[in-house]
Design a protein around this ligand. Structure first.
Ligand SMILES: CC(C)(COP(=O)(O)OP(=O)(O)OC[C@H]1O[C@@H](n2cnc3c(N)ncnc32)[C@H](O)[C@@H]1OP(=O)(O)O)[C@@H](O)C(=O)NCCC(=O)NCCS
Length: 374
């Protein structure tokens, strides 16, 4: 079928098939393996969603319990990886810490006959929070934390417990769990496509995930939530925000957390995360940040017809969960690793090398001058 409109950046180009998720024909919705994102965010835990993505079905209660126990058993880090994390600079970007941790683990527990793709997917999903927070605490206070946290059986619970050193409330666990569900999978986004390109060369699992992390890191993709938070923090009232955003739009600056390549009439995940952010703001007694966020949302819609994407209110929610801004994008890695892994499995199941062609815009063939003639 011929492609319509401006296809630069591969916009609107169909680049393959997937049974994992779709934004629907109109680009208005999101389903993971046919289940609506609203139903999943409300009724399924992150672990159920990971199972659905990796194994193709929703787990029964027994399967889920077994799967959670498996992930729990995979949280500990090898001593050599702890040493690597200790050697990284305290000033490192934490996304780079996960990228390096993933690559390093690939040298210690390589893919092979005794370690298949599902085993590596589960290992990475279970150990990314451990890597991140081991590095975080070691460089912040010199503490070598125990990462297994048996009393905190879900990824959301473990993450908040390891971060704070105390048990999180059930509201906080539920909010982070839903945020992880919302971030888990999103069709052929830039980082997922990167993973598929890498495994299409028959490269290994860790290389694909490492590449995916690199692609996610940029502010036009996974880094937008941190950009949104830094923007929100610049204002102390909705009126100040309105004036500031107007100035930015006049200068044609991009507002992080708004707009989307696919959703031009609103991101279906945004109202879900907004409602969670609102509950968390109310619990914290906030009268500033949430109203500022809403004013920015109103302005972007009226001035530019732009809607918030998942990142905008994720930033607000994470802020009220007490998560430092520089850990927002690593959290995205922790969740999206599940979608990447599922796409890697799917690509491998029906692989063909991904190698598009380019429209050449360089010089016509010309004579080659020898070095002394230039
Ligand atoms: C997500 C994004 C990269 C999509 O890009 P895209 O599909 O290539 O859309 P375009 O950049 O072509 O945007 C179309 C128009 O809307 C404007 N626009 C898009 N997002 C904007 C934003 N966040 N702030 C201000 N203007 C924006 C563009 O400047 C462009 O205006 P123009 O036609 O006057 O030049 C883009 O919306 C963006 O940069 N958003 C901010 C980063 C972000 O939140 N990323 C997370 C995505 S989940």
């Amino acid at each position: 079928m011929p492609q319509q409109g401006n296809t630069s950046g591969l916009a609107g180009i169909t680049a393959g098939e997937t049974a994992l998720s779709t934004v629907g024909k109109e680009g208005l919705d999101l389903t993971y393996r046919g289940y609506s994102i609203r139903d999943l965010a409300e009724g399924a835990s992150f672990e159920e969603v990971v199972y659905l993505l990796l194994y193709g079905i929703l787990p029964s209660r027994t399967e889920l319990d077994r799967y959670k126990n498996l992930l729990l058993s995979l949280r500990d880090l090898p001593a050599a990886l702890k040493t690597v994390l200790e050697q990284l600079p305290p000033t490192a970007n934490p996304v780079d810490v996960l990228r390096t941790g993933c690559s390093a683990l690939g040298t210690m527990e390589p893919e092979g006959e005794d370690r298949d793709a599902h085993a590596i997917a589960n290992r990475l999903i279970a150990s990314f929070p451990s890597m991140l927070l081991y590095w975080f605490h070691f460089h912040r206070s010199g503490k070598r934390i125990e990462t297994r946290a048996e009393a905190h059986p879900t990824v959301a619970d473990q993450f908040l417990f390891l971060l704070r050193g105390e048990a999180p409330s059930s509201l906080h666990v539920r909010a982070l769990d839903a945020a992880l569900v919302l971030h888990a999978e999103h069709e052929f986004n830039a980082s997922t496509f990167t993973c598929r390109v890498i495994v299409s060369t028959l490269s290994d699992f860790y290389s694909a995930i490492t590449g995916g992390i690199g692609a996610l890191r940029g502010p036009l993709h996974g880094g937008a939530d941190e950009g949104a938070m830094r923007l929100l923090e610049r204002f102390s009232t909705p009126e100040e925000a309105e004036a500031g955003i107007r100035g930015m739009l006049e200068k044609k600056e991009k507002i992080m957390g708004f707009g989307h390549r696919v959703y031009k009439k609103g991101d279906p995940r945004a109202p879900i995360i907004k409602s969670l952010a609102k509950q968390l703001a109310a619990e914290a007694g906030d009268r500033t940040l949430f109203p500022i966020a809403e004013r920015i949302e109103e302005m972007l819609l009226s001035e530019k017809g732009l809607y918030p994407n998942l990142d905008f209110y994720s930033a607000v929610a994470y802020h009220f969960l007490g998560i430092p801004t520089f850990l927002f994008t690593p959290l995205f890695v922790i969740s999206r690793a599940s979608g990447w892994a599922a796409h890697i499995l799917e690509q491998r199941a029906n692989n063909r090398l991904i190698r598009p062609i380019a429209t050449y815009i360089g010089p016509a063939p010309r004579p080659f001058p020898k070095l002394d003639e230039r």
